[in-house]
Write a protein that binds this ligand. Structure first.
Ligand code: MLT
Length: 255
């Protein structure tokens, strides 16, 4: 089983992902928002690549059960219901709702990988369950770090390295590309104190400057949920794993 890490999605054509098993990571903050929203009862998250499209979709669909969420330059977009702080996605706000999500890097990376055969979302909060699920699938994996505007960022690379390290603990025959090996070392150097690491990243500093320092604590929580977000037919839903088949190559069910 080979695991390829990519520190940016910039160089990819959408078709690269056809038939692949892919994981998208955007620790600060899109992946963490998606995991939190689904954990708190959101029906689905619809990732979009433009604000105009987000507004258009929300106007036409789902009988008033939609919320517009996300950010531009870290802040809530004018006219949206929610920003991109995980703490905003509380049960009383998101339960039963379809959330249309626009973010600078995360939602775009997910949409770019939409042709994947299986597409999952990972952050520190659900890292262990994603690691276990990927091993159970026994398929080569592409791990895409959303990065920042096409560039490398440390938080996504450390999360990818930690994901590989968890998988390696269970299967020491895994093969990695060069970025995979680099991410394992980045996790060793920076992955011990996740809150500290996030505070010292470029995007972490910007979030603190813009008043979102409490988000970093939520984004740094490791292994707090088993929930795995799964993208299919344009929407991200909670993956329901059939435990009877979890070691087989079953088609995941979404709820
Ligand atoms: C992104 O998609 O770039 C992020 O989620 C940005 C943020 O939350 O500030």
């Amino acid at each position: 089983m080979k695991v390829n890490i990519h520190f940016s999605n910039l160089h990819f054509d959408e078709l690269y992902f056809s038939g692949k098993t892919t994981v998208v990571i955007d620790v600060l903050r899109a992946s963490t928002v998606i995991v939190t929203a689904l954990k708190n009862g959101a029906r689905e998250i619809i990732p979009v690549i433009t604000i105009d499209f987000a507004i258009k979709v929300s106007g036409n669909a789902f009988g008033g059960q939609t919320l517009l969420g996300g950010e531009r330059n870290t802040k809530m977009v004018e006219g949206f219901n929610l920003g991109n702080s995980p703490a905003e996605y509380k049960p009383e706000v998101v339960s039963g709702k379809s959330i249309i999500l626009y973010t600078t890097n995360g939602s775009k990376s997910i949409v770019k990988a939409k042709f994947s055969e299986k597409l999952f979302i990972c952050c520190f909060n659900n890292l262990h369950s994603v690691a276990n699920h990927l091993l159970a699938l026994k398929k080569d994996v592409e791990i895409v770090c959303a990065g920042t505007s096409g560039n490398f960022n440390l938080e996504d690379a450390v999360c990818a390295g930690k994901l590989l390290s968890e998988m390696q603990k269970i299967d020491d025959t895994l093969e990695f590309n060069d970025s995979g090996r680099a991410s394992l070392n980045l996790n060793k150097s920076f992955g011990r104190n996740l809150t500290k690491m996030l505070k010292e990243t470029d995007h972490g500093k910007l979030l603190i400057q813009n008043g979102f320092s409490t988000d970093l604590k939520m984004c740094a929580q490791l292994g707090t949920t088993d929930l795995i977000p799964y993208f299919a037919s344009g929407a991200i839903k909670k993956l329901e794993i059939d435990s009877a088949h979890s070691n087989k190559e079953n088609e995941p069910k979404v709820s």
